[in-house]
Design a protein. Structure first.
Length: 431
């Protein structure tokens, strides 16, 4: 098969590495890719949301399968574009329809969907800029801290959790005033749930589903979960309280499946929403019960960098099963080891940062128990340089969480670039 993978981050490098290992893959193209994906296939200078350019490429390169990494092309309707085009409709695409992508594209739509289908989630209300006074009044009815979410896509940074009422009211005014652009034209305010987060990934062909390895990511820039949100500073898998190999984890995951996964898949089918792709369910473990914080409509980043290394069955067959409605025939097998990812970022991230710094030690960092996934890298003058805020995701594997973390951190110490920063407390909260 000739496969086109859309995206350019660490998630796409991890997916590309798994695709390239499959005997089902003949040629792999990544658009636009990065310096790491270039080692797995051929990078193509093409934006994932440029549907016209993607059409021409798919037809001219005899592409048999398209895998969509990031959310933006899905929210913009790439699946509908393929299905409505007489030349493209026979090329399967891994991803939901534009209507299905609203689960991520609109926080308000997602919360209303959960409410309709009895899926446990925090109480909420949605406000527009014309309803600022009502929003301020609603905040007074809640206990601190407060959760404010931009309704639309904001690159993973549209959630703010102020500690005081005054801060929450000021933040609401800023968000409705344009802080996040069009993404914040509506703001969802919801009650704060106290517990431990985890990410449950579900592959579905619209009828059947497979639950992939569970992960936990670390969003804030500072150790001890302090400072502003980022796209993700690290991840671990499995998560002890959601690990089916122990009794508590088995019970928790049975609740997740019965209360959340099944009603979600059945709800999409009942509403005739076409969905053949991944559902990323952000959960909070509240006293042993799972509550949904949010849906995403693709694999997470950096969670993919701990989930995909643990999938030992053929991922191309997984993608085919999703896209062609034959997922029930796919046998998912999972490496029983632990995986831990540490993200190395540019100095100043998630604020302003500089690019173009040479990266040293990449060859030394990779090994039997470690993998280095490129997130924001490029090639300049035949050298690999920084090209983004999140630069690398370094994954270690081990028989225990401690072993996996030790392998990951040992590899990170061999890497260097100007201004490099990483958190040193990934996984510590789960011990």
């Amino acid at each position: 098969m000739n496969i086109l993978l859309l995206g350019s981050g660490g998630r796409e490098h991890a997916i590309a590495r798994s695709i390239s290992a499959s005997p089902q893959c003949d040629k792999l193209f990544i658009a636009p890719g990065n310096a790491g994906t270039a080692q797995c296939g051929t990078n193509v200078d093409m934006e994932p949301s440029n549907l016209g350019a993607i059409k021409q490429f798919v037809l001219s390169h005899n592409i048999n399968l398209v895998v969509v990494g990031p959310e933006d092309p899905l929210v913009k309707g790439i699946v509908d574009f393929f299905e409505s085009d007489p030349e493209l409709k026979f090329v399967p695409v891994v991803g939901p329809s534009q209507e299905g992508a609203r689960l991520e594209g609109s926080k308000d739509f997602a919360k209303a969907f959960m409410t309709r289908h009895g899926i446990p989630t925090a109480a909420y209300r949605t406000f527009t800029k014309d309803e600022l006074a009502e929003g301020q009044a609603f905040l007074k009815t809640l206990k601190p801290p407060y959760v404010l979410k931009a309704d639309g896509l904001a690159a993973g940074k549209g959630v703010v959790i102020p500690e005081t009422l005054a801060e929450a009211q000021a933040e609401l005014a800023e968000m409705l005033g344009g802080k996040f652009g069009g993404a914040g034209s509506r703001v969802v305010i919801e009650e704060y749930l106290s517990g431990i987060e985890c990410s449950v990934f579900v592959a579905t062909d619209g009828t059947t589903y497979k639950i992939l390895p569970v992960a936990k990511d670390y969003k804030r820039i500072g150790e001890g979960d302090t400072g502003p949100n980022t796209g993700g500073m690290g991840a671990v898998s499995p998560v002890p309280f959601a690990d089916s190999r122990n009794a508590d984890g088995k019970l928790f995951m049975s609740k997740v499946e019965e209360r959340i996964v099944k009603p979600t898949i059945e709800g999409l089918a009942a509403e005739k929403i076409a969905y053949r792709g991944f559902i990323f369910i952000g959960l909070m473990n509240v006293g042993g019960d799972p509550w949904v914080i949010e849906y995403n409509v693709r694999m997470g980043d950096p969670e993919t960098e701990v989930v995909f290394p643990r999938i030992t069955s053929d991922v191309v067959e997984l993608f085919e099963g999703i896209a062609t409605g034959r997922l029930d025939k796919y046998e998912l097998t999972v490496d029983q080891r632990f995986a831990a990812t540490v993200v190395c970022v540019s100095g100043g991230y998630p604020g302003e940062y500089k690019k173009g710094f040479p990266i040293g030690g990449l060859e030394k960092a990779a090994g039997k128990a470690t993998a280095v996934y490129h997130a924001g890298t490029a090639v300049k003058d035949k050298k690999i340089v920084t090209a983004g805020g999140r630069v690398l995701a370094v994954t270690g594997m081990g028989k225990t969480m401690d072993e996996a973390l030790a392998a990951g951190y040992a590899a990170v110490t061999k890497i260097s670039f100007s201004g490099m920063y990483f958190r040193r407390d990934i996984g510590k909260d789960l011990k």
